[in-house]
Each structure stands twice: as structure tokens, then as C-alpha cells.
Ligand binder design. Sequence first.
Ligand code: SAM
Length: 314
Amino acid sequence: VGMQIDIVSVFPEYFDVLNLSLFGKAQSKGLVSVHAHNLRDWTHDVHHSVDDTPVGGGAGMVMKPEVWAECLDDLLGLEPQAITADSDTATAIETNTTDESGETDTADNTGDADETGETDTATQNSTLDGTLTDTPSEARRQTPARNLETVLIFPNPSAPLFTQRDATELSHAKRLVFGCGRYEGYDARIPAYYQAQGVDVREYSIGDYVLNGGEVAVSVMLEAITRLLPGFMGNPESIVEESYTGSEALLEHRQYTRPAVWRGMEVPDVLLSGDHGKVDRFRRDEALARTDAIRPDLIEQLDCALLSKADRKT
Ligand code: SAM
């Protein structure tokens, strides 16, 4: 079975477009199965309200934790718990929501044991006031590929930046559950609560700007993640040598196609030479020089041991 994807949003129709193009094909091939849920289906009031005024004052509205939790408990198969300040463990809240067998469901993702039998530590940690603290990006960069079970993801402009490394890591997950924020965002205790339940929770920003809602951000992350799934792309080679990819994560060299001269503009001679060694060297030099000029931060993060003598000259 393919990767299971659940998206929670107040505008689930936004994701109808996922039936198109490569993503639509991936669904029919069974590589991914996507369900977009309407958060308002978990409300009980006549207005189906999902937001309330910010505690402490201020403009706008904040998404309420209760309705999100009812939805996410359902999707993750979790029972409601109360988090106590003096204990790491949560205690079950007495409710009538236990299933008919009387058994308590445990999420399939808790424990998150990898093949070595060790328990993975999540890359983000939570505190009781709802702060999801991030492991420094250097440590995240070195996170080895591992088989993830369920990951709960909230787009958030004030979170660490989502990168190709995150996309690669998340492409190994069995199930992704995305929660789209709206208004001024969601109550900070929501991600922190699920982290405290042992769920692998991530908050990511897709860039230094503010969007109206998480739907676009989820679409961006979803596309970056799923195109890495084996069988997703028509030509698997096309994802091997790309910007931000591999241990070096450089920007890619520029691309050209025919004609060799277009409106007086020429393709660089070396690319027409047929000399593969020279073409590779030209492209490598261009990748290094462009990365240095456009994204010096990527050059700073580069492991110098990966550079050859010829690279260093560039
Ligand atoms: N008050 C928030 C702030 O200033 O950080 C902005 C909330 S924004 C208007 C509403 C929702 O859109 C957020 O909860 C998040 O889900 C989504 N969103 C907006 N910009 C985003 C970004 N750059 N990356 C990821 N998600 C974003």
C-alpha cells in the first residue's frame, strides 16, 4: 500500500486539484491515497465554529483546540488525555468516547521504533505551554533516513523552514496528516499536545512571508515530498541531480535546450562539444559559482571534504 495522506482544512475542496497531473496518476497507481477532511465536520454547534478570540487580546481569531483535537483524535485513533504539569505522562480523560469493545486505541505511530529497535527521538520537542522547540538545523541536516510511521504536520510561518531534506525524510513516512491553519493561526497547544502523546509532530514554514491559510503551504510540501516516492516520476533519474538534493545540496547548473542559437543568444559552446568530461566540469563549476553567488548559506554548510581539487579552484 502507498503513502496515506490526510489533510484537515476548512476548505477541503481546495485539494480537488490533487486529482490532476502526476499526483492524480500516483493516486490511480496506488502510490498515494489522499483524503481531505473538513474540520467543521467535528464541530457540534449550529454555526460550525472553529475559531475564537485570542487570549491576551489582539486582532483576528485563533483556531480552537477542542475541535482540532476531536478531529485529530479520530484520525490518529487516540483517546483524549489530560496533560499534567508535574508528569510527562498524560492521563486519560473520562469520556464516553471509548469504542464499543471498551478497548483503548493506541496510535500506530506511538513509540516510533526503527529497525534497530531503538526509539527515535522526534526532531521537534514540545513544552507544556505549547512551544514546539526545534532541534538546530545542523542536527536536522544530519538526521539519517529512517522509516517513519505517522507524522503530523502543521504549516506555520513562524516555524523552521521546510527544506528538501525534510521532504526527503518525510517521503519515507507511511502516513502524513496535515493540519491547515487559518485566521491568526491555531492554538499553540494543539501540536504540543500531540507531541506529548508520542506523535511525531512537525511545524514548518514554507518561506518568509505570510499566506492566508495553510492550504497552499500543504500543497507545496506535499508536492515536494511525493515526487520523491519511487514510481511517482515518469523518469526516476530526473530527481537525482537537482537543486538542494544529495549530500551537497547545491543549486543546479542552468539548463538549455535546442535551438543552439535562439534570437541571437547562444547555448554555451562546451555543452555542444560532446565531451562528457568537459560538460560535467562546466556544469559543476556553474553549480558551485551560482550557489556561492545566490545562496552563500548553502556553501557555508557544505562539507569541504566533498570538494575535489578542481572544485576548490572554482
Ligand atoms: N498570525 C500568524 C503569524 O503572523 O505568524 C499568521 C497566520 S496565517 C494568516 C494563517 C495560516 O496560514 C497559518 O496558521 C499557517 O497554517 C498558514 N501559513 C501562512 N503563511 C505560511 C507560511 N509561510 N508557511 C507555512 N504556513 C503558512
